[in-house]
Design a protein. Structure first.
Length: 55
C-alpha cells in the first residue's frame, strides 16, 4: 500500500492506494509527459499565480 497524507490548513486526508494502482498511474503519466518535460506542457508559475490570486 502507498499512503498519501494531505494536510492543508483546514483538515487532513489520509489516502491509501494499492501500489500496483499507483505504479500504473505513474507509468501512464510518464507516457504522456516524460519526466523533465513538464514545463513544456504546463506553465507552473502561471498556474500558481492564478491559484494565489483566488485567495
Amino acid at each position: 500500500m502507498v499512503r498519501i497524507v494531505l494536510t492543508p490548513p483546514a483538515g487532513r486526508a489520509d489516502l491509501m492506494f494499492p501500489w500496483p494502482v499507483v505504479t500504473e498511474f505513474l507509468q501512464r503519466t510518464d507516457a504522456v509527459v516524460s519526466p523533465g518535460t513538464e514545463p513544456v506542457h504546463v506553465d507552473l508559475d502561471a498556474q500558481l499565480m492564478h491559484l494565489l490570486a483566488e485567495l
